[in-house]
Design a protein around this ligand. Structure first.
Ligand SMILES: [Zn+2]
Length: 233
C-alpha cells in the first residue's frame, strides 16, 4: 500500500478508506461502523486499512451499504464472514442486493452513457442478504454512535447517508468534477434528479458541513450550496 492510498489517521470520527477509484469509510466510536465495502477482490485492502486503525472485521458493529452498486457492495461477502455485524441497506436496495445485481444506472451525462456498457461488462455484484432494511431515518445509538442513517435517494432510489455530527458519508450523492478546479458535481448516474436535490438540501438542513464521497473525497457545505444554486432542470 503506498502512502497515497493510506487512510488519514487524524483522530477524526469519519475515516476514509481509499480503495482505488472508490472510498469506503469507518465511523469510529465504541462500536465502529463500516460504510460501504469496495469492489469485489478489494477485501485485502479493506482489511489492511482496518488493521492500521487498530480494528479487524470482528470489531465492526454495523455495515451500512450506501447503495447497491458493485463498487460499494463487492467486499460484503468478506466483511460478512469476518464479522457478525448486521448489513444495513435502504429498502429499495434489497432486491438488487439479494439478486447480485446493480441498482439502476441512469446516465446523466455523455460520459455516463459512455461508461454504461463498460460497467455492464464489469464484475457482477455479490448476492447479499441484508439484515437491516431502512426506509426512514434511524439512530445509530443502539450501535454506540451518536449519529443517524438517513435515506438520501437520487443517485439511485435506494441510497443512504450516514451522519455523525457535522459529517456525513454520502456515497455517490456527490462526486468530484473530473477536470478543472476541484468541486462537487452531481453523479454521472442519476436516477431521480428531484430526490437528489431534496436529499442534499435535507443534509444541509441537518447541519452537515462536510460531505464525504465515494469518488472524490470530502466537500464542504459551501461547495454543495454553490452546486445547488447552479442546478437547472
Ligand atoms: Zn453508485
Amino acid at each position: 500500500m503506498d502512502a497515497r492510498s493510506e487512510p488519514p489517521d487524524n483522530g477524526e470520527s469519519v475515516v476514509r478508506l481509499p480503495l482505488g477509484r472508490t472510498n469506503a469509510y469507518v465511523v469510529r466510536g465504541p462500536a465502529p461502523i463500516l460504510v460501504d465495502a469496495g469492489m469485489p477482490g478489494q477485501h485485502g485492502a479493506l482489511c489492511r486499512h482496518l488493521r492500521r486503525l487498530g480494528l479487524d472485521g470482528a470489531d465492526i458493529a454495523l455495515v451500512v451499504v450506501t447503495h447497491a452498486h458493485v463498487d460499494h457492495t463487492g467486499g460484503l461477502p468478506w466483511i460478512c464472514r469476518a464479522t457478525r455485524a448486521p448489513v444495513a441497506c435502504h429498502r429499495d436496495a434489497t432486491a438488487p442486493l439479494r439478486a447480485g445485481l446493480n441498482a439502476a444506472l441512469r446516465p446523466r451525462t455523455p460520459l455516463g452513457w459512455a461508461m454504461l456498457p463498460i460497467l455492464r461488462r464489469g464484475p457482477r455484484p455479490p448476492c447479499v442478504e441484508p439484515d437491516l432494511v431502512i426506509d426512514r431515518e434511524i439512530s445509530l445509538q443502539p450501535y454506540g454512535t451518536a449519529g443517524f442513517v438517513v435515506p438520501t435517494p437520487g443517485h439511485t432510489r435506494g441510497c443512504l447517508s450516514v451522519q455523525v455530527g457535522h459529517d456525513a458519508v454520502v456515497g455517490d450523492l456527490l462526486m468530484a468534477r473530473f477536470m478543472g478546479p476541484r468541486r462537487p458535481i452531481a453523479p454521472f448516474f442519476l436516477e431521480d434528479a428531484v430526490s437528489w436535490e431534496h436529499s442534499l438540501r435535507l443534509l444541509l438542513a441537518r447541519g452537515v458541513e462536510r460531505f464525504h464521497t465515494a469518488h472524490g473525497g470530502c466537500f464542504e457545505a459551501d461547495a454543495v450550496v454553490s452546486l445547488l444554486k447552479n442546478v437547472t432542470r
